[in-house]
Design a binder for this molecule. Structure first.
Ligand code: AMP
Ligand code: GLY
Length: 424
């Protein structure tokens, strides 16, 4: 089969790697791709939001399956454009991707169908939001409803901070139209777990769990980022938590979307927080997590194309989803200064050390190929993933592998998965 992957991050590199392992894959393309993906797929210079050009490319190159990695094109309706042309595509349609595109929608959905989540109110009027804050308990969480690169969530300790958050989202438009509507919700505490699930509109199959580290600095300090590292599985997501989520969260979400006439096909990413009152949903995403995909996909035993085709055909119930009984840790190598100001264009050395090592992966995020050299080209540059028999071993392997790579201004967290040390 000819496969087209849409996106350009570490997540798309991990998807491309999984597709390459499939016995069904012949030619692999990625649009627009990056310097590392170019090693396993032909990169095509079409942007992820150029739906008509992408569909035309798929028709002309006899693409049998297009996989959408990123949120923006999904929320913008790329799947509908492909389906209208009779092209096979993996991902939710626009009317289902809204589960990520509008936090106000997803909160109302959870409330209507009794899916556990933080108490909240939605506002499209700044005066009303400010008035509501007067009597609200602190700390409180203020969220832009729309897409904001994972940065539109503000945790406010005081009324003053909460007022500033409402003003910056709704009046100063810090995240543009994403802040036209906001969600103000109860602050929850607990361990966070990400569970990515395959969905076929009716059936839902959760993959192995993962945990992200969103803050820029060690000790969960600094600004929120797209994610500085992940580990999988999460020891906090035990059999009891899993059973609860299957009964109260995953299938109820699928059923709710179906009842609303928004059948969900593709990847449903459920961001959970394990509170003293039980697991609650923090957010839904309509695609693989980045860097969650970089620890989950290397552990998946199934042929990814077979699973994705089963999702498209409504036959996910025929798939026995299986993961290796091991662990994976991914450490993101970033440009110093990310997520604010950083320099680009630094030459990256040591990538060849990963060649021929089955338990080590280097996924490219912000890189580019120029004159035969791989250069830094973004905030998150590479994701270094290693497998191990246990999380502790995987973590030691991943940190060893980060030393194989050098570039000017290389920055990483040194405590990815460190909280786990208490458990061993
Ligand atoms: P979200 O994009 O909604 O998952 O939010 C991003 C991050 O903000 C989450 O991973 C949490 O760390 C934090 N967060 C979001 N909502 C809450 C909440 N209600 N209580 C505490 N932390 C939250
Ligand atoms: N790592 C979080 C996300 O992909 O949204």
């Amino acid at each position: 089969m000819n496969i087209l992957i849409v996106g350009s991050g570490g997540r798309e590199h991990a998807i491309a790697q999984a597709v390459k392992k499939s016995s069904k894959a012949d030619k692999i393309y990625c649009a627009p791709g990056n310097g590392g993906i170019a090693g396993i797929a032909e990169c095509v210079d079409i942007g992820a939001m150029e739906f008509d050009k992408l569909a035309e490319f798929a028709e002309q190159n006899r693409i049998d399956l297009t996989i959408i990695g990123m949120d923006d094109p999904l929320v913008g309706g790329i799947v509908d454009v492909f389906e209208k042309k009779g092209l096979r595509v993996f991902g939710p349609r626009k009317n289902a991707a809204i589960i990520e595109g509008s936090k106000a929608f997803s909160k109302d959905l959870m409330k209507k169908y009794g899916i556990p989540t933080a108490a909240y109110e939605n506002f499209d009027n700044p005066e009303e939001a400010l008035k509501y804050l007067e009597t609200a308990a602190m700390p409180i969480v203020v969220k832009a409803s729309g897409l904001a690169l994972g940065k539109g969530v503000l945790i406010c300790q005081t009324l003053e901070e909460a007022r500033d958050a409402v003003k910056s989202l709704m009046l100063d438009k810090q995240f543009g139209d994403a802040g036209n509507e906001i969600v103000i919700e109860e602050f929850l505490t607990g361990r966070e777990v990400s569970v990515l699930c395959y969905c076929d509109g009716t059936h839902i199959k959760p993959m192995t769990s993962a945990q992200d580290h969103k803050r820029a600095k060690d000790g969960d300090l600094g600004l929120n980022t797209g994610g500085m590292g992940t580990f999988s599985p999460s020891p906090f997501y035990d059999a009891e938590v899993q059973r609860f989520c299957e009964e109260k969260v995953y299938q109820p979400t699928m059923d709710a979307m179906k009842k609303e006439g928004r059948d969900f096909t593709g990847i449903l990413f459920v961001g959970l927080i394990l509170t003293a009152d039980g697991p609650k949903v923090l957010e839904y995403n309509a695609r693989f997590g980045d860097p969650e995909a970089q620890v989950v996909l290397p552990r998946m035993k199934n042929d990814i194309i077979e699973v994705m085709e089963a999702c498209i055909d409504g036959k996910l119930d025929t798939i026995d989803l299986q993961f290796e009984d091991n662990a994976a840790v991914c450490v993101v190598l970033a440009s110093d200064g990310y997520p604010e100001h950083y320099e680009k264009g630094k030459e990256i050395h040591g990538l060849e050390t990963f060649e021929g090592k089955d338990d080590y992966f280097v996924f490219h995020a912000g890189t580019k190929l120029a004159d035969g050299k791989i250069l830094t080209n973004g905030g998150r540059v590479l994701g270094v993933t290693a497998l191990g028999a246990t999380l502790k071993e995987a973590r030691a392997n991943a940190y060893k592998a980060t030393e194989w790579i050098t570039f000017d201004n290389k920055y990483m967290r040194h405590d990815i998965g460190k909280a786990l040390d208490d458990l061993y």
